[in-house]
Design a binder for this molecule. Structure first.
Ligand code: AMP
Length: 233
């Protein structure tokens, strides 16, 4: 689909359980509107791979499928959102994940990190991808990604043309460390217990838009684009 890079999209929050397709949709939004994807999971994994103090502290927690402490994640997000590429908007993928993070984000946006004088308002558009539990399990156990270009595949639904190799650059695909069955359950529990209240918080404040994520990716993407564009019509 064509790019729409003249729009100031503002902050977009993608909510939903692990495996709901947040990363895939975030990449598509990023390409269409030319705004960055800010994935706290990706930032934490990068830190872990680089061996920073933050990354080393987060690595063990992530391997258990638990949530990294709020202050660590919020500090990382603050730094990322202050960069110039976030001026026209950004997509938060995997953040906020606790009620405390959601409150922190509201305070940050109130604080005009995102420039309120512009026509786009600072409240995030919050889109929650809703996916059936059994479908989530298939998506998480089948997920593979390309370590070179970041493209995401699924061995059940969207396999690469050649087994285990990226269609775009031929790199061997990898499975995320926390997509192992024994870590998936604690991640889904963390979602139910800590992130569901975030969706309820946005629901109460009238900002939650729920999208049925149990459909083909392109259909979901078309609906997400419509939501974003209706908001700015
Ligand atoms: P994700 O890639 O979004 O599934 O995140 C992978 C892991 O990173 C999670 O299971 C958590 O351990 C950690 N993580 C990512 N985002 C957050 C967040 N907003 N708050 C706390 N932990 C997070």
């Amino acid at each position: 689909m064509a790019q729409e890079t003249s729009r100031d999209v503002g902050p977009v929050v993608l909510l939903g359980p692990p495996g709901a397709g947040k990363g895939t949709q975030a990449k598509r939004i990023m390409e269409r509107y030319d705004i960055p994807q800010v994935s706290t999971g990706d930032l934490l994994r990068e830190n872990a791979a680089q061996g920073t103090n933050l990354g080393l502290a987060a690595k063990a927690i992530m391997a258990r499928g638990e949530l990294v402490p709020d202050d660590v994640v919020c500090g990382m997000v603050r730094e990322r959102l202050s960069r110039p590429d976030c001026k026209r908007g950004y997509i938060l993928d995997g953040f906020p994940r606790t009620a405390a993070q959601a409150g922190w984000l509201d305070a940050l946006l109130d604080d005009k990190l995102f420039d309120n004088s512009r026509p786009t308002r600072a409240w995030p558009i919050v889109i929650c991808l809703d996916v059936d539990y059994n479908q989530l399990l298939l998506r998480l156990t089948g997920r593979r990604s390309c370590p070179t270009c970041g493209r995401i595949y699924n061995v059940h639904f969207q396999p690469p043309r050649v087994d285990e190799l990226c269609d775009l650059d031929g790199t061997k695909l990898v499975t995320r460390n926390d997509d192992r069955l024994e870590v998936i359950q604690p991640r889904l529990t963390a979602y139910q217990e800590q992130t569901r209240p975030v969706a309820e918080y946005y629901q109460r404040t009238g900002r939650l838009i729920t999208v049925n994520g149990d459909r083909p990716m392109d259909e979901i993407t078309a609906e997400v684009y419509r939501i974003l564009e209706d908001h700015h019509a």
